[in-house]
Design a binder for this molecule. Structure first.
Ligand SMILES: *Cc1c(COP(=O)(O)O)cnc(C)c1O
Length: 451
């Protein structure tokens, strides 16, 4: 394997190994963290303050020369791998040609090509349109704008454990108060919350029953006549990687269709091959009216999109949608390279294979350790929900300690969940089987030392 100097070049040429040469974080990272504390608003937290100088394949290399296994992908963003070769080439070429014109002033082909690709790739073969933005939250907001323009109604239904972002409207849509909302209100109005399907915590409730329960709340507390959109993550992300019971999503879609309510799938975290399908909706054979994408769409360049039925998307008047940077040319070049990489490298299949490999390891661990209450997820979007042994009582402290033990051993893992008791795994799809296996060994050890 090529061993490019780690401090200067990322990409898959980096040695694919876990290598610890200092404690984690090392002295140079600690120095930078002290500068961060003096310079950066403390509201911007850091999960694992190792300062990165290069990343690629399945590893992150820090300023102290440590090479860590990445099971986070910068929160499901570098799905094709960090500095993936096609992305690097496309962005460099675009940067040399032009960096910005504003698509709303003098447009360029890249934006149109990304829209065409999303219209082609997202579920459903109906006529579609796409609009591009910068962040997931911004795209969610725009999906709501479009749904309101189309239905001429205003209400928005979201779900327990939902995460839709940190802007004012999306804070209202997000469920968890701390840290996302607490102290930041008042929030946008006309947002209503319905109960979710959460198989681990409502055992025995079928998907159809959970949907009926949600629909009952919506009909009684909002009324379809007042409702523009129902917005849901097909697998709840920040809320704990909650895969709803089979039949839950299709029943919600049917209800929306019958009641002139726009069904919006927030696939910001689940999208782009992550779950072993290009989009998570496909696992449930669900065709959303609008689909929101971001995170994995452009290999780390800021880009998001709303894609959906032409008649809904075109309801917003000319000039009503957009933004200075939305669909920036560098981000569009990156997105096209990401899509090409997913298609040519078979990354949908790769995600499914990673899922099978890692689920096997996690289930084996669960057999030995009753603190793993639930192992769940799809493809390369996996989680374990941690509880006090013999109960289903959430154990957030254990999640923190296991994550810290993994971090000290050079494996980047993230936590999530309404109760903070979920460890989530989002490896880049460019990770090797050997590295993934080694990361699982480290997880085993992290559970052992926190017994
Ligand atoms: C991350 C996330 C968002 C918000 O995306 P940003 O780019 O951080 O604004 C919205 N929805 C879901 C499901 C997410 O995971």
């Amino acid at each position: 394997m090529t061993t490019t100097p780690a401090s200067t070049t990322g990409g898959p040429a980096l040695p694919q190994e876990r290598r610890l040469v200092t404690e984690i974080p090392g002295p140079r990272s600690r120095e930078l963290q002290a500068r961060k504390q003096a310079a950066v608003a403390s509201g911007v937290g850091t999960t694992l303050p190792v300062y990165v100088v290069a990343a690629g394949g399945g590893v992150l290399v820090d300023v102290d020369g440590n090479s860590l296994i990445d099971l986070g992908s910068g929160i499901a963003v570098t799905t094709v791998g960090n500095s993936a070769p096609r992305v690097v080439e496309a962005v460099a070429g675009q940067a040399a040609a032009f960096t910005h014109t504003c698509f709303m002033v003098t447009p360029y082909a890249g934006y149109v090509e990304v829209a065409e690709a999303l219209n082609r790739l997202t579920p459903g073969d109906h006529e579609k349109r796409t609009a591009l933005f910068n962040s997931g939250a911004e795209a969610v907001e725009n999906a709501v704008k479009v749904a309101r323009a189309h239905t001429r109604k205003t209400g928005v239904v979201v779900f327990d454990h939902a995460y839709h972002g940190r802007t004012n409207l999306t804070m209202a849509m997000t469920a968890k108060s701390m840290p996302y909302k607490s102290g930041f209100g008042p929030f946008a109005s006309d947002v209503y919350r319905a109960p979710l399907s959460y198989p681990y915590r409502d055992a025995g409730v079928t998907g159809a029953e959970a949907a009926a329960r949600a629909i009952d709340v919506v009909e009684k507390q909002v009324g379809a006549d007042n409702l523009a959109a129902l917005v849901i993550e097909p697998i709840q992300g920040e809320g704990g990687f909650l895969v709803p019971a089979e039949g839950f999503l299709p029943a919600l879609v049917d209800w929306c269709r019958a009641n002139d309510v726009v069904f919006v799938a927030d696939e910001v975290q689940t999208g782009f091959a992550r779950t072993g399908a290009l989009f998570a909706c496909e696992h449930d054979s669900v065709v959303p009216d609008l689909i929101v994408t971001a995170k994995g769409i452009a290999g780390g360049m800021p880009l998001s999109a709303v894609t959906g039925r032409a008649e809904i998307m075109d309801a917003a008047h000319v000039g009503g949608l957009g933004g200075t940077y939305g669909g920036n040319p560098l981000a569009c070049a990156a997105a096209l390279a990401v899509i090409e990489t997913i298609e040519s490298d078979g990354l949908v299949e790769r995600a499914a294979k990673i899922g099978a490999q890692m689920t096997g390891r996690l289930r084996a661990l669960q057999e030995r350790d009753p603190r793993l209450g639930d192992v769940r997820g799809r493809g390369a979007m996996l989680a374990v929900e941690l509880v006090r042994a013999g109960t289903s009582e959430p154990d957030a402290d254990l999640a923190k300690r296991v994550a810290a033990a993994a971090h000290q051993r050079g494996v980047v893992v993230l936590t999530c969940g309404t109760y903070g008791n979920v460890l989530r795994f989002l490896p880049p799809l460019a990770i090797t089987d050997a590295l993934l296996d080694e990361a699982c060994d480290v997880l085993d050890e992290a559970f052992e030392v926190t017994a």
